[in-house]
Design a protein. Structure first.
Length: 131
């Protein structure tokens, strides 16, 4: 799962909120909520990049492209978190694992149980395989 640049993340959040969206849909939603108006071509370029990164599916309806997210917001967050942990462990090895273990030891039992359940759900949703 790719890390998203700032504008890519903003656009993805709009597509997640809308479920299905055209470039115009995203542009209008952004221009209603963002302090800075965006250009149609900017949003079109970002959505095409997100499609190339396999973050968005694109279907052609007449002469309009309609985009849908490949993953849910939560699914993306789980995969990005897993990837970031892999990067940390690759770079820092046992020091990274020790830091995680230390943090886990200090969690209250309710939060620890909730995290275990979240980890099980994440494993099930990815089939136990790395992204």
């Amino acid at each position: 799962m790719p890390e998203l640049a700032e504008l890519e993340a903003i656009v993805m959040n709009q597509v997640w909120n809308l479920g299905r969206a055209t470039v115009r849909d995203v542009l209008e939603a952004l221009n209603e909520t963002e302090p800075r108006a965006r250009a149609y071509t900017t949003i079109m370029t970002i959505m095409r990049r997100l499609h190339a990164k396999a973050m968005l599916k694109r279907e052609r309806h007449d002469r309009t492209d309609v985009y849908t997210p490949v993953l849910t917001r939560e699914g993306y967050a789980h995969r990005r978190a897993r990837r970031q942990v892999e990067i940390l462990v690759d770079e820092y090895g046992d020091a990274a694992l020790a830091a995680f273990a230390s943090r886990i030891e200090h969690l209250d039992p309710d939060r620890l149980a909730a995290l275990r359940q979240l980890a099980e759900q994440a494993e099930a949703s990815t089939g136990g395989a790395a992204p």
